[in-house]
Ligand binder design. Structure first.
Ligand code: TRP
Ligand code: ZN
Length: 494
């Protein structure tokens, strides 16, 4: 299974060579859709009202324009009527939030679709659009602390987002052959609902999606209601725990729904496209044992349900969409199934404070797929995987874990060097302290967001070793690769 270590690097490499794996899966059936670039938008020009406008971005180091300042979202209700054959949406998104400062205007991230009406607290509001920034000016300025309810009505065919952080797949709502699905990490959510599109502002969600019969809809959380309206069906899904916008998903297709119970009574529900071979379904059979492994180390699975949804076409990737991991038609190998499940704890419950912190998702998930291998195949197999990963980092001269630009986010730097960073920490502080650090970090930030500095501070505090900060700093930021010494077997990896 050691070859799995490079799965993502390989996909990226092929993509860069123009051999984009699974490219067919990414193309809409119709003529290629125009795409929307993620661009930096300057802050809204100064307004003359007493109340200031909310910032147009949250100043993320890699995506300064993503997210918006001045308000905090509590809940999104995304109400969509979908013409599946034409991939057309008719939608209303209702956002409840509170103002964190006086606001004469505020922004939402929303791209492509035609807006037909905007209201704030029940009154029509003016809006203007520039790229993916929509600036909304309520009739009266909002006071700091004010509750606000914003509705945005819109329609059209979503246009996939091209994001330089993910050159291997268009993002957001898109049509795959015979099916519709959403994969958004990091910026794609803004092609199908207006939002504060940054993990720093997590919120709960309701999805109400109406589709013609016989289609079914799967989304994040729990299927709360199914309403039959003759020729169509409305599926109501509730995500009652905080979720980052990039993890929101909707899948539309025809499915065999397979249910089971996981450890602690967690509901498992898998959405397999009709005709999925048993051999593919079997690739997910060990999820309960994997959940048990994570539960023993970090406590119960953090959400109400878990499962996978498969696209009707093969892909070279999978995505940890909250409570409903998204895979291609062939599923994935055991390491990757573990990787996506593991993200529910690290990535989905504890989310990255900025996109530069994405190794807290990918380095962790990669390291834990190695630990799952240690559990199932023994220590020698684990050691071989670590050694091979480290050798790969050396030979490919893989640079710092913390990316300086979007293109560095989903690479061997964040996955394999991120994982080796955790291994170096483990070798330095010992197994017991290492797992205590991870547990404390998880408990402290579950349901919210954490930064690299939060992780480093937790590691120093729990270990009582101030030197751990310099160790992490070197692994995360040094252009050269620190030495990885395996003390247990007196083994030096170069
Ligand atoms: N987070 C995914 C993983 O598990 C990788 C990924 C990032 C991705 N952005 C994506 C996959 C967009 C599909 C679409 O490693
Ligand atoms: Zn991942």
């Amino acid at each position: 299974m050691a070859h799995c270590a490079w799965r993502f690097g390989l996909i990226r490499l092929l993509a860069l060579l123009g051999l984009a794996l699974g490219a067919a899966a990414c193309q809409p059936q119709t003529a290629p859709a125009p795409t929307t670039a993620v661009t930096e938008i300057p802050p809204a020009p100064g307004v003359t009202l007493a109340a200031p406008a909310g910032a147009a971005g949250l100043g993320d180091p890699l995506y300064p324009a993503l997210g918006n300042g001045g308000y905090d979202v509590q809940h999104y209700t995304i109400d969509l009527t979908v013409d599946v054959a034409r991939n057309m949406l008719d939608g209303v998104t209702t956002i409840t939030a509170h103002a964190m400062q006086p606001l004469s205007a505020f922004n939402l991230d929303f791209s492509g679709l035609t807006i037909t009406r905007v209201t704030v607290n029940g009154q029509s509001a003016d809006y203007r659009r520039q790229g993916s920034e929509t600036t909304i000016t309520p009739l009266q300025p909002l006071a700091a602390g004010a509750r606000l309810t914003v509705t945005v009505a819109y329609r059209g065919e979503p246009q996939p987002i091209r994001d330089p952080g993910v050159p291997f797949v268009p993002l957001g709502w898109q049509r795959f052959e015979q099916g519709i699905a959403v994969v958004s990490e990091p910026s794609g959510a803004m092609n199908w609902f207006p939002s504060n599109n940054h993990p720093a502002d997590k919120a709960t969600f309701t999805f109400r999606v109406q589709v013609p019969k016989p289609y079914q809809v799967a989304a994040n959380g729990v299927l709360a209601d199914t309403q039959d309206a003759g020729s169509s069906t409305t599926f109501v899904w509730q995500m009652t725990d905080p979720m980052a916008t990039y993890l929101a998903t909707v899948h539309i297709g025809r499915y065999e729904v397979v249910t089971a119970t996981g450890p602690g009574g967690v509901t498992l529900r898998h959405y397999f496209p009709l005709g999925t071979p048993d051999t593919v379904e079997a690739r997910f059979a060990r999820i309960p044992q994997m959940m048990q492994f994570m539960t023993e180390r970090f406590g119960p699975y953090p959400f109400d349900a878990y499962g996978v949804a498969l696209l009707p076409v093969s892909t070279g990737w999978a995505l940890e969409t909250q409570t409903l991991s998204t895979y291609g038609a062939d599923g994935a190998d055991e390491a990757e199934v573990f990787h996506e499940l593991m993200h529910e704890w690290f990535g989905n419950s504890v989310s990255p404070a900025t996109w530069q912190d994405v190794w807290l998702n990918e380095g962790f998930a990669t390291y834990f797929q190695w630990l799952w291998q240690e559990e199932t195949e023994g220590r020698p197999a684990f050691d071989a995987t670590v050694q091979q990963a480290y050798a790969g980092l050396v030979s490919r001269r893989v640079g710092p874990v913390l990316p300086q630009q979007p293109a560095g986010m989903f690479t061997a730097a964040t996955y394999q060097r991120g994982a080796c960073t955790l291994h170096a920490l483990r070798l330095t502080v010992g197994d017991a302290v290492f797992f205590q650090i991870l547990r404390t970090y998880y408990e402290r930030f579950a349901g919210g967001v954490a930064s690299t500095a939060d992780f480093s501070a937790t590691a120093v505090e729990v270990s009582g070793q101030p030197g751990v900060e310099a160790l992490l700093h070197a692994w995360l930021t040094s252009p050269t690769l620190p030495l990885l010494v395996h003390i247990g077997q007196q083994q030096v990896y170069r």
